[in-house]
Structures are given as C-alpha cells and as structure tokens.
Design a protein around this ligand. Structure first.
Ligand code: MD3
Ligand code: FE
Length: 205
C-alpha cells in the first residue's frame, strides 16, 4: 500500500517489515563501531541518541549542525552503509517515484520512552533534488509535518514498525517533528524506537 501524504511525500506502510531483522542486525553492528550518543547543542542535550553510517554522518555541537566525514566520538570514519540498507532505501525511493536515488549517509535515531524531536527542517544536506527516505522500527511515534513555514497547518500520522516514508519534491523542506515516544513494548526493540534516514549529501566536512 502507498499513501500520498503531500505533494512529493509518499508513505509506504510496512514496506520494510520483511527486513526488520536485517535492519536490527545492521544497527547493532554500526553501534559497535560508532556508538549512539546524545549530542549537546546550544539548545541543550538532545533526547534522541544518534549515530550514522555511510560516507558522512550528521553531527551537532556548540558550533552548529553539519555532516562530517568522521565520528567526533571516536575520531574514526563512519561505518560503511550496509548494501541491504542502501538497496532498501533505493527501492523505496523508486516505489515512491524517485529513480536514481544515491544515498551517501544514513542517520540512525534512537528514541527511548520520553524522547522527542522538536519541529525542524532538514537543511544540512546541501542537496535539494534528492528525497530523504525514512524507515521506522519498533515503538510507534506520532509524527507531525506541515508546510514550508513553521506555522503552516500540521498533519499528524502514527509511524509504525516497518513504515517507510519518502520525502521529496515540494515536501523536501517541510517542517516536521516527533512527539514524545510513549512507553510500550516491542518484541524486537524492547522499549525503543529507531528511525533511519537515508540521504544524499553535498559538501560534507
Ligand atoms: C520530512 N527524523 O532525522 S523521520 C530527522 O522519526 C527526522 O526520527 C524523524 O526528522 C524521526 O531529521 C522523522 C521522517 C522525516 C525525515 C526527513 C524529512 C520527515 C521529513 C525531511 C523533509 C521532510
Ligand atoms: Fe528531520
């Protein structure tokens, strides 16, 4: 099934369900090399723990936000993006109408109960043509998205285990956020939610 949420934004409920074991194994391997961490920003400590794989990874500190070629936690380059994950993202993008998607970075967000992500736009990629492919695992989350201004009207959807959303075209710079994750249980993740976002990046440092 597929649902067009807004122009350029396609929701593929359960698209990744057959691959959740592969995804969890990949996350565990990436965590060994590039452990999840809570970035400290000028806004405070992020409640979401993060890591990345691929050529570059998203990092935040007192200087701001950017994609970096190495992990500031270890000083090492990021773990390679596993082929199975890249293929999943490319296939989902294709399904949503985006051919030739070439993700170079995958940001992995981990939400314990109570973690949330405030309203924001994704602008650090320096790339306007490519979509962002998002894969949700584990606990459900209330995800809000609006328009190109912060105050534009919002829609709220519940993202479930295995859901994929492809955000491109006019939706690429939509404001969005995740409400505080409610404590429930999921057999594969325990009480955790994971979100993977696959991205094309221009000009990582
Ligand atoms: C809409 N992650 O990492 S995924 C993020 O559930 C982020 O962890 C959320 O927002 C999460 O930046 C939401 C859905 C998502 C990702 C990228 C987008 C929605 C988007 C880019 C543009 C518009
Ligand atoms: Fe985002």
């Amino acid at each position: 099934p597929r649902t067009v949420l807004a122009e350029g934004a396609v929701w593929l409920p359960g698209y990744a369900l057959s691959q959740t074991h592969t995804l969890h194994n990949a996350i565990a391997e990436i965590h060994k090399q590039a452990p999840f961490r809570h970035f400290q920003t000028r806004m405070g400590r992020m409640s979401v723990a993060m890591t990345s794989c691929g050529k570059c990874g998203w990092v935040a500190d007192m200087a701001g936000y950017r994609y970096a070629l190495s992990d500031p936690g270890t000083g090492n380059s990021w773990p390679a993006m596993p082929d199975a994950l890249r293929h999943l993202a490319v296939q989902a993008a294709m399904e949503a109408g985006y051919a030739n998607f070439q993700p170079v970075s995958c940001l992995i967000n981990r939400y314990a109960p109570g973690a949330k992500m405030g309203l924001h736009q994704d602008r650090d990629e320096g790339e306007t043509e490519a979509p962002v492919v998002s894969v949700s695992l584990g606990l459900p989350a209330r995800f809000s998205f609006g328009g190109l201004t912060r105050s534009a009207p919002k829609r709220v959807i519940e993202l479930l285990d295995g859901d994929v959303v492809v955000w491109g075209g006019p939706s690429r710079f939509a404001w969005h956020g995740v409400s505080s994750v409610r404590e429930t249980f999921h057999p594969q993740t325990g009480a955790m939610r994971y979100n993977l976002t696959f991205r094309a990046i221009n000009g990582s440092r």
